[in-house]
Write a protein that binds this ligand. Structure first.
Ligand code: BTN
Length: 250
């Protein structure tokens, strides 16, 4: 596992057969662990998805891991790291001949179906970040999905790609580290390029979800901070910072 092409990402790995959630565990050890520490589990019993959802994490189906970061940056810049992780994911897939796309802000899509997700959690006080945990779940070998997500989710194997955990992690750690270094020097250009080129959203008709309301819009572009610029049907343009969007067919 040590023949990685990285300086710090993945140099310290904690592996578990089974754990509640790699994000939760990473949060517990973050303060005493070096930056770049990765927690990996074969199975999670309480895998967490975004917005309080579960992330079903059965043994032999997926890749579940969390990355501990300790950047010395302003808190407002931290949300970009989730998208940076998305860019590193699609780049790693691209290196393996897989043309995955990003559904803004951070779902990874292949052939119109979700194959991976990112859940970022942060511990910070007013002007200081203690740590950031970036949790990534990838559907590698799943054959079946729960009814609610059946139409929307797939796995790499279902889409015709057999990817090994080790090969993928090597590619991902390398891509992530290179992008993260640039980010720390305030250069987001490469990541933004990938976010735009690999966007499953730009140019599409979408719905911007705001509480209980859904408003139809067209996704125009991703701005230099990673926010989504949209135009509503009445011509009003807006920048969407976070939250959910939905796209027909995705
Ligand atoms: C999403 O909802 O799209 C994000 C899913 C993130 C799942 C990963 S699996 C590894 C890490 N540990 C967790 O409990 N969640 C993340």
């Amino acid at each position: 596992k040590k023949n990685l092409n990285t300086e710090f990402i993945g140099q310290n790995i904690e592996y578990f057969e089974t754990i509640d959630s790699t994000n939760m565990y990473a949060g517990k050890i973050a303060n005493k662990s070096p930056e770049g520490t990765v927690v990996i589990a074969n199975e999670q019993t309480k895998g967490k998805g975004r917005t309080g959802r579960r992330w079903i994490s059965k043994e032999e189906e997926g890749l579940y891991f969390s990355l501990i970061l300790k950047p010395e940056i302003a808190i407002v810049k931290a949300s970009f790291l989730t998208q940076l992780a998305g860019a590193a994911l699609v780049s790693a897939f691209e290196n393996m001949g897989i043309d995955a796309k990003i559904k803004w802000p951070n779902d990874i899509i292949l052939n119109g179906k979700k194959i991976a997700g990112v859940l970022t959690e942060m511990s910070a006080e007013i002007d200081r970040i203690f740590y950031i945990v970036i949790g990534i779940g990838i559907n590698l070998y799943n054959e079946n999905f729960d009814d609610e997500i059946k139409e929307k989710a797939s796995s790499l194997l279902k889409e015709g790609y057999k990817v090994s955990r080790k090969d993928f992690l090597q590619e991902f750690f390398k891509e992530f580290e290179a992008m993260y270094r640039e980010f720390l020097c305030d250069n987001r250009n490469e990541v933004l390029d990938i976010l735009r080129k690999k966007s499953a959203v730009i140019g599409k008709e979408i719905y911007v979800i705001d509480g209980k309301k859904r408003k139809k819009a067209k996704a125009l572009n991703i701005d230099s901070y990673g926010n989504l610029e949209v135009r509503f049907e009445d011509g009003e343009e807006k920048t969407v910072f976070t939250g959910e969007i939905s796209i027909r067919g995705l």
